[in-house]
Ligand binder design. Structure first.
Ligand SMILES: NC(=O)c1ccc[n+]([C@@H]2O[C@H](COP(=O)([O-])OP(=O)(O)OC[C@H]3O[C@@H](n4cnc5c(N)ncnc54)[C@H](OP(=O)(O)O)[C@@H]3O)[C@@H](O)[C@H]2O)c1
Length: 312
């Protein structure tokens, strides 16, 4: 396999901490750009991986970092913005993507893998709308692009099972907005595998891959299951939409914005797909039942930089 020089934006987060080691195992050299590399030094311990400080929104800085690279991967994404007018989402998704495209063109990097999300461009949330706009910019570019649209992603360090488990350990009662919203949770190792395959298979250029797990589950059921997995009996109360919206609005005032009105709007659309992008890439989707119990018992901790696939 040809060893590539890859620049990763947004690679210090949950997905990046699985993807970067996966690509490193293929012999690629990776430069991960971060707003604060001191917080993510652990990634740089891997041979062939460096974590550099960068202002990825600054075109000149990005051009400098992209010089000599074969491919760029854009994983930057936010679920919440500081205000509520959509400008934060626009900056992180649309404007940043425009900058990435321009910087790739200026530095001679022709290949771009762009992370997006299922239902991008649909509904009335700023999150999904700006995701869709970013996709449109990528598709209109002259780059050799591939777009990935995952449902919600699970794995060690996720914002789904790990986050709900944390909450359920302390809260005996959990009122839940949009409890009927459906997801097809997809394993982070499979997502990483999809990116790895796209990098080496030219037929993935110009294609959009929807990445969904094998089981469709409603949010309420998912939270119940999480409580069972951690051995807690909890009262989960599905909220009607009026109350759910109020909860989301109140959530914006809490530290870390556990839920926002924009999240609520995103949840109005089921994050499921009729397409099987993993299968199209020759990947058999990992069931959550295989990974999550061990994950919640803490057995995944040693495997942050590996995939569960190898273990199971
Ligand atoms: N996790 C999921 O379930 C899921 C589902 C569908 C799609 N996605 C998408 O997949 C991507 C990766 O998700 P993730 O869960 O790994 O996210 P994450 O843990 O929040 O990591 C995203 C990374 O992006 C960087 N970043 C965040 N805001 C930024 C900004 N305003 N400007 C520049 N860099 C910024 C951060 O790196 P530094 O702080 O080091 O700069 C952060 O580590 C995102 O685009 C996300 O929307 C995720």
């Amino acid at each position: 396999m040809k060893s590539l020089k890859i620049v990763v934006l947004g690679g210090t987060g949950f997905v990046g901490s699985h993807l970067v080691p996966r690509l490193q195992r293929d012999g690629h050299t990776l430069k991960v750009l971060s707003r604060n590399r001191d917080l993510h030094r652990e990634l740089g311990v891997l041979p062939g991986v460096s974590v550099d400080n960068a202002d990825v929104c600054d075109r000149a800085d990005l051009i400098r970092h992209l010089a000599g690279a074969d491919a760029a991967i854009n994983l930057v994404g936010i679920l919440n913005e500081r205000g509520s007018d959509g400008s934060g989402f626009r900056k992180a998704h649309v404007e940043l993507t425009e900058t990435v495209i321009a910087a790739c063109a200026a530095s001679g990097v022709s290949r771009l893998l762009q992370m997006s999300a299922l239902r991008a461009g649909e509904g009335d949330s700023h999150y999904l709308k700006t995701r869709g706009e970013a996709e449109a910019r990528v598709k209109a570019s002259a780059l050799a692009w591939t777009i990935f649209r995952p449902s919600v992603i699970f794995g060690f360090g996720d914002g789904l099972f790990c986050r709900f488990a944390k909450l359920l350990r302390i809260a005996p009662v959990l009122p839940l907005a949009r409890a009927g919203a459906k997801f097809a949770p997809v394993y982070v190792g499979d997502v990483a595998e999809a990116f790895a395959r796209a990098l080496v298979h030219k037929h993935t250029i110009g294609r959009v891959y929807e990445l969904a797990g094998p089981r469709v589950i409603a949010l309420g059921e998912l939270v119940h299951w999480t409580a069972q997995m951690i051995g807690k009996r909890r009262l989960i109360i599905p909220l009607p939409d009026t109350l759910g919206f109020v909860q989301a609005w109140l959530g914006e005032w809490l530290p870390g914005k556990p839920i926002s009105r924009d999240n609520f709007r995103s949840l109005k659309l089921d994050s499921v797909s009729d397409e099987d992008g993993l299968a199209a890439l020759g990947i058999v989707a990992t069931p959550m039942e295989l990974v999550v119990p061990a994950l919640l018992r803490g057995q995944g901790r040693q495997q942050r930089y590996d995939t569960f696939r190898a273990e199971y």
